[in-house]
Design a protein around this ligand. Structure first.
Ligand SMILES: Cc1cc2nc3c(=O)[nH]c(=O)nc-3n(C[C@H](O)[C@H](O)[C@H](O)COP(=O)(O)OP(=O)(O)OC[C@H]3O[C@@H](n4cnc5c(N)ncnc54)[C@H](O)[C@@H]3O)c2cc1C
Ligand code: SF4
Ligand code: SF4
Length: 1023
């Protein structure tokens, strides 16, 4: 508990160290020439200690093999007598919902380097890849040949092929597309002794031939033949013909009695890393359906949606997905609703929509598709017009183009994240979230499931694959409360029994993980020993992901993991309530991993994309901060308070203890670009910059700040002074000596030049443009105020790209208003980013005071730079001492209001819009607003999907971030920017970044140097 006596941060090194045996192993591994990465730092271990489940298990070390030889080396070393007690658990994207990849031993993460796609056949429709490849990345690679890897899952932008194989993943459309195991043509796997095997269907005699040998592989075939062929009748009796019958080791399909083949791939699929490391897979691909349509049917309640699903499946739907009212209501309040709303019917019959089924039809030819669709729509129209067979349908919308279909599915895929955003301490959690029952019984099953949850007074949201009888239910519990932990166990037992009653199972989609304790009861006395014998054949000493799925047959001490295992709540509850409240964003992260989104054009999260290191992601940062809070609470320090000030001279110059956890957290925060994509893209709005700045404020209470931080924080004082003599200061700061000094002493490169002529000089050339402070403005008559538009300056555009502010004023002028340049009053964004929170508070209070006065006098306020304007809307609410009663609009917001809308679409001139990532994510309607505005002057603007450009304020100028900054630019900006005929960039940072890389992209240099703000084009085109 926090002790009020402790006011100062101290070194944090009281965390559990890696055990000596593991340290010796790591040392030996390095000596043996392991080429991959080894991470035994506390931070590195912590980020592998959680997945999307409620569990938390700290591993001893995380290793990232670079290739198969590395992996073999690690396992062969593990065979040495000294190391035979060590365990190895594979890990991919870490998105498991039941702790599948958590371990107290060695985590072997294949997601960093096993990312190669080796081979594919466009004619035959297969691909061979390494298993660390993310599912969406694989599909991106094969799409151009007309194929896709069809088993789908909501985490497709971050889950790996290895993880999919080992959980036998599936999802939307599984009735048609099957599970991952249905698409395995061949696997390459490394066994516990380092031996490599290849698996594919073999004839019984081929299998028997191998089984006659004395290798580890021979034992596998002996056991597979004995269990899968020998026990066929018991297996047939136990395994019901359910689409989602996930067992772990798939005894039923390992043996194909018709073809008389044995395929070990079927045992490996769904084995949750307990049998072998799968390093390579040859996968069967599916032709991309040429015709697709999605009908979104709205219902009066969720029960109606569930009961209608079997009818829809019978109407030949490819898939039927459902969402209940809880999730829909959350989506309505999320950024995603801006895109989705137009595709969802809100109660056309006057009733509210409280459930939805998304019905997909696919076909190879359009006529076939239209026939199916017409039949469905006729039925729905009848229902809506009061026909006899009513199913509670209140409306429907049809999506025909792939963009809108993807948008609707994106909402469905975001469901888990959305649920995580509910208010209150009890949050929806995964532990009984993937039940599967025969689809015809689903509605009745859910009725009972709801009664069960209602009896405990729990809130929950539901969504899932109704066609396959799989429903995702996440009851809201507070794992910080020991009583709720007890409740979790109770409900788990009840749900396991309820699914059994309906002839289904509790782990219909995500696998068992810590629910493995239910396996013996589920398989019964006849089959569970067979499962154990399979485990024993692969891993007799229980060293591969021990405790999951099964213990090796005959092993004297091995036990299964349990639902009662240590949970994250155990650690969270050690953090005092006031501290948890102050760092709410970090506490709320539920680990769903959306921030690991691999897509280059997604704004989430540039620092993870640039480094591939999960410590450098929102989830990583939230995890590290939570532990930092806990360790400080142990020390008795209350970090919810303001740090006590300390003279710079009395601060530590250099880190005294290399083990100090403060530095590990700091390294992660340093790599953050403060782009704020997480604050809006993360479904539970884990706003990293909000707690990053608090952490920095504390960190620099103990350690000295780099000089450049002071330079950045004082920019709002120095830039206006320097801008008085811009030529002089540019020549002083931009000669080769001072640039060299700047890099050497401050660690800054490519800093921008002050504008020449300055904004002030430009302003003077326009006789009727006014400038002054708020007093002067308030002194104007109310008539004079009417037409005034006040430009609220920011320190970047005004002093470094004055031509853009001038363009805004010209636009205002040409639209018949009077531009008025408010004297520079500051903003403080840089102070917040760098953690000068006391100063930021003062700035925020002062600026709010000024702007409140102007707002009260009804002035229209417009600012140019999105990141600073958005700081006024966001961080100011947390720091200003006075209420925020003003609104500064972005140019596009103001322009869309005052400019007449074009009557028809523009056809002549075109332009490409590249939006600043903060603006894209925080004001999602920005692209549409700009398009509307530009259309008003006959320009058709196309919004280009990009992530962060890699500049983000000062990040791109920091010498140590050059490689990452450049990588980010290359990832999603360079190509579309050079291809663009007329690029319009809204971000100051983005224009700087494009400008400085202009001489490195060959023949298109000129284009990049000429990038403009859309305001500049608008000023030109307005008459
Ligand atoms: C929000 C959310 C939605 C989800 N939706 C779905 C869904 O629609 N459908 C679905 O099926 N699942 C879903 N899941 C569960 C999860 O995403 C899947 O189980 C996924 O396949 C896990 O992949 P991963 O790469 O993250 O694997 P991890 O979580 O890292 O590992 C999963 C298991 O596979 C093992 N493993 C990983 N790689 C290897 C390898 N190369 N060799 C051997 N073993 C390995 C691990 O040891 C572990 O047991 C969802 C999860 C979340 C958080
Ligand atoms: S930060 Fe957000 S997106 Fe990332 S894991 Fe946490 S909750 Fe999910
Ligand atoms: S602010 Fe940007 S870089 Fe930092 S964690 Fe959030 S998304 Fe990542």
């Amino acid at each position: 508990m926090a002790n009020p006596e402790v006011r100062e941060l101290t070194a944090l090194d009281s965390y559990p160290a890696t055990e000596p045996l593991y340290r010796r192993y790591v040392f030996a591994l390095e000596q043996a020439g392991f080429a991959g990465d080894i991470d035994d730092s506390y931070a590195g271990r912590l980020i592998a200690a959680t997945d999307n489940s409620v569990y938390q298990q700290l591993p001893q070390v995380v290793i990232y093999p670079r290739n198969r030889s590395d992996l073999q080396l690690a396992l062969q070393l593990g065979q040495e007598t000294d190391y035979q007690s060590l365990s190895f658990s594979p890990r991919g994207g870490g998105t498991g919902t039941n702790g599948q990849s958590l371990s107290e031993g060695i985590i072997v993460d294949l997601s960093r380097y096993f990312t190669g796609i080796q081979d594919s056949s466009a004619e035959q429709g297969w691909v061979r890849c390494q298993t660390g490849v993310v599912k969406d990345a694989l599909n991106d690679a094969v799409r151009e040949h007309g194929w896709f890897f069809s088993p789908d899952l909501s985490t497709s932008n971050r889950a790996t092929i290895g993880g999919m194989i080992n959980t036998d993943a599936s999802g939307q459309g599984s009735l048609v597309y099957g599970k991952t195991s249905d698409h395995l043509l061949e696997l390459e796997a490394v066994l516990i002794n380092g031996e490599v095997i290849k698996t594919q269907p073999l004839t019984i005699s081929e299998a028997e031939e191998i089984a006659a040998g004395d290798s580890l592989e021979a034992g596998l075939y002996r056991q597979a033949l004995a269990s899968c062929v020998g026990m066929r009748d018991a297996i047939e009796a136990k395994f019901p013909p359910l689409n989602r019958f996930l067992t772990g080791y798939d005894l039923k399909h390992c043996y194909d009695p018709e073809q008389q083949t044995i395929d070990l791939s079927r045992l490996l699929a769904g084995s949750e890393g307990t049998l072998a490391f799968i390093t390579e897979a040859k996968l069967n691909l599916t032709p991309i359906p040429r015709c697709k349509v999605l009908v979104n049917i709205s219902y009066r309640d969720f029960d109606a949606a569930l009961r209608h699903a079997p009818v829809l499946v019978k109407a030949q739907a490819t898939s039927v997905e459902t969402i209940d009212s809880t999730v829909l209501d959350l989506a309505r309040n999320d950024i995603i609703w801006h895109q989705v709303a137009e595709f969802v019917a809100e109660g056309e019959t006057g009733e509210t929509m409280a459930g939805i089924n998304m019905v997909e039809y696919t076909a190879v030819d359009a006529a076939e598709l239209e026939a199916k669709l017409t039949a469905l729509l006729t039925t729905l129209d009848n229902e809506l017009s009061g026909g006899p067979a009513t199913h509670g349908v209140v409306g429907y919308k049809v999506c025909r183009d792939s963009a809108s279909i993807q948008t609707v599915y994106a909402m469905r895929k975001k469901s888990v994240g959305l649920l995580g955003a509910v208010k209150g301490e009890r949050k929806p959690i995964a532990f009984a979230e993937d039940t599967a029952v025969p689809p015809d019984s689903l509605a009745d099953f859910i009725l009972e499931f709801r009664q069960l949850l209602d009896a405990h007074n729990l809130h929950y949201g539901m969504f899932g694959h109704v066609d396959a009888g799989v429903l995702h239910v996440r009851p809201a519990l507070d794992m910080k409360q020991p009583e709720d932990e007890v409740l979790l166990r109770k409900i788990s037992d009840q749900v396991a029994a309820l699914t059994a009653k309906y002839g289904g199972l509790m782990w219909g989609e995500h696998g068992k993980g810590y629910r493995s304790e239910y396996a013996p009861q589920f398989f019964g006395d006849a089959l569970y020993p067979e499962i154990q014998k399979i485990k024993a054949a692969f891993d007799p000493d229980n060293r591969l992901n021990p405790g999951k799925l099964a213990t090796p047959y005959g092993h004297p001490t091995a036990t299964l993991v349990s639902v009662d295992a240590r949970k994250r709540g155990f650690f969270d509850r050690q953090i005092p309530l006031n501290v948890r409240e102050e760092y709410e964003a970090a506490m709320n992260c539920n680990g769903n991993g959306l921030c690991f989104n691999y897509a280059p054009e997604s704004p989430m999260c540039p620092s993870f994309k640039a480094t591939g290191d999960r410590r450098m992601s929102p989830k990583g940062r939230a995890t590290l901060i939570r532990e930092w809070l806990r360790l400080n609470s142990e020390q008795g320090l209350d970090v919810s308070q303001k740090p006590a000030s300390r003279w710079e001279l009395f601060k530590e110059k250099k880190p005294r203890f290399s083990r100090d956890f403060n530095h590990q957290v700091k390294a992660s925060m340093d790599a953050c670009l403060a782009c704020k994509a997480c604050a809006s893209q993360c479904p539970v709005k884990v706003d990293v910059p909000s707690f990053r700045s608090k952490f920095l404020a504390w960190y620099y209470q103990l350690y000295r700040r780099p000089q450049r931080d002071y330079l950045v924080a004082s920019i709002e004082r120095t830039a206006p002074l320097m801008a008085k003599l811009p030529r002089l200061f540019n020549s002083l700061t931009h000669n080769s000596l001072s640039q060299w000094l700047m890099t050497k002493t401050l660690g800054y490169v490519d800093t921008p030049k002050l504008s020449v002529p300055s904004l002030k000089q430009r302003w003077r050339t326009h006789k009727h443009w006014a400038q002054g402070n708020s007093e002067k403005l308030l002194g104007l008559t109310s008539e004079a105020r009417q037409k005034i538009v006040v430009i609220v300056q920011d320190p970047f555009t005004s002093f470094y790209q004055a031509e853009v502010v001038e363009a805004l004023a010209e636009v205002i002028d040409k639209l018949g208003y009077q531009p008025y340049l408010l004297d520079f009053i500051g903003n403080g964004k840089a102070q917040h980013v760098k953690g000068f929170l006391a100063q930021f508070k003062r700035t925020a209070t002062r600026v709010t005071h000024e702007l409140n006065k102007l707002a009260q006098a009804d002035f229209q306020l417009v600012g140019v730079d999105a990141s600073t304007v958005l700081c006024l809307r966001d961080e100011y609410h947390d720091y200003a001492d006075v209420p925020i009663n003003f609104e500064v609009e972005l140019p596009q917001e103001w322009l869309a209001k005052v400019m007449p809308k074009a009557e028809s679409e523009a056809h002549g001139e075109s332009a490409e819009l590249f939006l600043h990532c903060t603006e894209q994510t925080a004001v999602p309607q920005s692209a549409k607003l700009w398009q509307q505005v530009l259309q008003g002057v006959g320009i058709k603007a196309q919004a280009v999907a990009t992530g962060c450009c890699g500049m983000a304020g000062t990040y791109g100028h920091e010498a140590e971030q050059q490689a990452s900054s450049r990588k980010l630019f290359e990832l999603s900006w360079q190509q579309p920017l050079t291809a663009s005929q007329q690029p319009l960039l809204t971000g100051f940072s983005c224009r700087c970044q494009a400008g400085r890389f202009s001489n490195q992209v060959g023949s298109d240099t000129k284009k990049l140097q000429q990038v403009r703000h859309p305001l500049q084009l608008l000023a030109e085109r307005l008459s």
